[in-house]
Design a protein around this ligand. Structure first.
Ligand code: MRU
Length: 346
């Protein structure tokens, strides 16, 4: 289905589609070191919670491969530094920490093997995380497609598509699956200020798949919900607390309030790796603050008055505003504290 690759393991480097350049330029960058992968995540060459997790796993595998030592103590010290550097790139998407932990746990469990074997296992694991992510998104798609009816108008925010995952997508995975079932849906994609993930990325990948899409600015959402027939709102997630509160792209919370006002179902689609059982509620989720320049400039040119600027990258949508959380193993309904705890135990 996807006519592009978001990220790819290439043995001596990690290849990434440079999402900062889309939709006007389709260029790929080669990350040759783990530090380069970390920089790419921080600068949003690659973004979206599951894609960040895959990139971190590949970054660790690449970094481990490039460690030049025969001394195991030094190898593990360097590996720890690599994991720490990747963990510091972005704070909100829990998939990053989930992937680092999975890779690190594997390395620790193989401590008695030769360094070469540990490295080869880490590479296989990173590739597995990539493959599994695609399968998980397809399963999310299948689960969620049942909520979408023929001819539905669906509004989405930010980009929770193939570009935000190893491929296929979470929220857009649901819309892809509905399209594959012949449901002829139409998508409204919010622009998603300030990084324009909606107008640059979501609209770009939906167009490539011939899924009809209309771009609106973020401030049009209320008007569109009250004047166009919107059947559902569907978004992804960067971290889901144990009580069902969801951290996602800034603006998601406002959309959930508008959806509630208009009695439009509000869905979140995410893999189970996005659920953080160590976070009891949304107020415990760290919110990334980004460079004010993302708001004050466009392509290096100043567009805003020279004042103080506030740029939180995410907000928290309370679980009570969410009708369903679509995961690869099922569609969760409130009370989320109970349904999440049950699915995480299985
Ligand atoms: O800042 P970004 O572009 O990494 O934010 C991405 C989002 O908020 C997505 O909605 C979320 O990561 C889910 S992606 C499947």
């Amino acid at each position: 289905m996807n006519k592009f690759k978001t990220i790819e393991w290439k043995e001596d480097h990690v290849l990434m589609l440079d999402q900062r350049k889309l939709p006007t330029e389709e260029t790929y960058i080669e990350c040759k070191t783990s530090a380069h992968v970390a920089k790419a995540i921080k600068q949003m060459v690659i973004r979206g919670a599951p894609a960040i997790g895959v990139a971190a796993a590949m970054g660790i595998a690449l970094g481990a491969k490039k460690i030049k030592t025969k001394n195991k103590k030094i190898f593990f010290e360097k590996l720890e530094n690599i994991c720490n550097e990747l963990s510091k790139t972005r704070p909100t998407a829990v998939n990053l920490f989930w992937a680092v932990k999975r890779m690190n746990n594997l390395a620790q469990s193989l401590k008695d093997l030769e360094i070469e074997q540990i490295v080869s296992n880490l590479i296989s694991e990173a590739r597995l995380i990539y493959e599994q992510d695609i399968q998980i998104c397809k399963n999310i798609g299948k689960m969620g497609a049942n909520l979408i009816k023929k001819g539905n108008n669906v509004l989405t925010h930010c980009n929770a598509g193939a570009l935000a995952t190893a491929g296929y997508g979470t929220a857009l995975g649901v819309l892809r699956a509905a399209t594959e079932q012949g449901k002829n849906i139409h998508v409204y994609s919010t622009e998603t200020r300030p990084f324009f993930q909606g107008s640059r990325l979501t609209a770009w990948e939906l167009k490539k798949d011939n899924i009809p899409v209309t771009i609106i600015t973020d401030s049009m959402a209320g008007h569109v919900m009250s004047t166009k027939h919107i059947d559902a709102v569907i978004v992804g997630a960067d971290r889901i607390a144990a009580n069902g509160d969801v951290a996602n792209k800034i603006g998601t919370f406002s959309l959930s309030v508008l959806a509630k006002h208009h009695k439009i179902p509000f869905y979140v689609a995410a893999p189970l790796s996005t659920i953080d059982m160590n976070c009891p509620s949304g107020d415990k989720i760290p919110i990334e603050q980004r460079d004010p320049k993302e708001i004050s400039t466009i392509k290096g040119k100043r567009i805003a008055a020279d004042t103080d600027i506030y740029n939180p990258a995410f907000d928290i949508t309370p679980g009570r505003n969410i009708d369903s959380i679509i995961t690869e193993r099922g569609v969760l309904k409130p009370p989320y504290k109970t349904t999440i705890s049950k699915i995480m135990k299985n």
